[in-house]
Design a protein around this ligand. Structure first.
Ligand SMILES: Nc1ncnc2c1ncn2[C@@H]1O[C@H](COP(=O)(O)OP(=O)(O)OP(=O)(O)O)[C@@H](O)[C@H]1O
Ligand SMILES: [Mg+2]
Length: 272
């Protein structure tokens, strides 16, 4: 089966100083598959995701390697093709959902807008389908939420709205870059369940970037461990997280266990 997303020996270069901030990242993502990317802050996770979406920030270029989406080499596509691919084949949700929504337009209208632009739906149909999407991401009272503004919703609700917008055009790949990091633990678990559910029902493939190794362990089939732009370890999630071969991965896992323990102790103290 053709991978929906295939990255080969990706290098990303920063023009300002010529530094390659990503060096040699590669993986294949099959339909319904989930790849996780972990690594310390600044290791190149987000730039890898942005290269996959064809939206590197200004001053960064793919200096080597390739990104294939459904077998099509991104570098050969014009900007019109890229734009139509984005949203309809590959889509993304990031941290801080509020910054991706227009504060002065009801959130449902913004989801409906995606349906009009990407699927060519008419106004009335787009409203109906957007409301269904809001229900599909498990927002209670979707018809009510449709007419609400970003400031009226909680962080967890906003992230669900963003996921609804991201899956509106039925993409085959969804990139979730720290999508649940800012949310509290319970809401985070609900959003992860939602992603797992989408994967199961629709065969959506996921790229999951997270600092939280528990999140990665729960969702991913394969994990890449990035350090300073280089993959130091890559393999089945169970193997990499439970029997890390590289010292850096071992460090991340140890740190995580430490952090998990601290978090537990903090809770215990608060409850005492
Ligand atoms: N817009 C930018 N301008 C300049 N340097 C940048 C920019 N974005 C990223 N970088 C640099 O590129 C490298 C990789 O950044 P990237 O954002 O991919 O890291 P990350 O792994 O996503 O980190 P985090 O876990 O903090 O999100 C870092 O050294 C970072 O400082
Ligand atoms: Mg990042």
């Amino acid at each position: 089966m053709t991978p929906v997303l295939s990255i080969r020996d990706l290098h990303v270069r920063r023009a300002a100083d010529g530094h390659e901030v990503v060096r040699g990242v590669g993986f294949d993502l099959a339909p319904g598959g989930v790849v996780g990317i972990v690594g310390e802050s600044g290791s190149g996770k987000t730039l890898t995701c942005r290269a996959a979406l064809g939206v590197l920030p200004a001053g960064f270029t793919v200096s080597n390697g390739s990104v294939y989406i459904e077998g099509r080499d991104l570098s050969t596509l014009g900007s019109a093709d890229l734009t139509s691919l984005r949203g309809s084949t590959i889509s993304a949700v990031f941290q801080d959902p509020a910054s991706y929504l227009n504060p002065s337009i009801p959130v449902g209208v913004q989801v409906a807008e995606v349906l009009r632009v990407k699927k060519g739906l008419r106004r009335r149909d787009s409203r109906h389908e957007a409301t269904e999407l809001l229900a599909a991401v498990h927002l209670r009272s979707p018809a009510l939420v449709y007419g609400q503004y970003a400031h009226e919703l909680s962080g967890g609700m906003l992230q669900r709205v963003l996921i609804a917008a991201a899956i509106a055009a039925e993409p085959r790949v969804l990139i979730a870059d720290e999508a649940t990091t800012a949310l509290d633990v319970t809401v985070q678990a609900e959003i992860l369940d939602l992603l797992a559910d989408l994967r199961e029902r629709t065969g959506l493939a996921l790229v999951v970037v997270s600092h939280d190794l528990a999140v990665v362990a729960q969702l991913c089939d394969e994990v890449l461990v990035l350090r300073d732009g280089v993959v130091v370890e890559q393999g089945p999630a169970d193997r990499v997280l439970h029997h890390p071969e590289h010292e850096y991965t071992r460090l991340l896992v140890d740190e995580h266990e430490q952090y998990g323990l601290d978090r537990f102790l903090a809770h215990a103290e608060a409850g005492a």
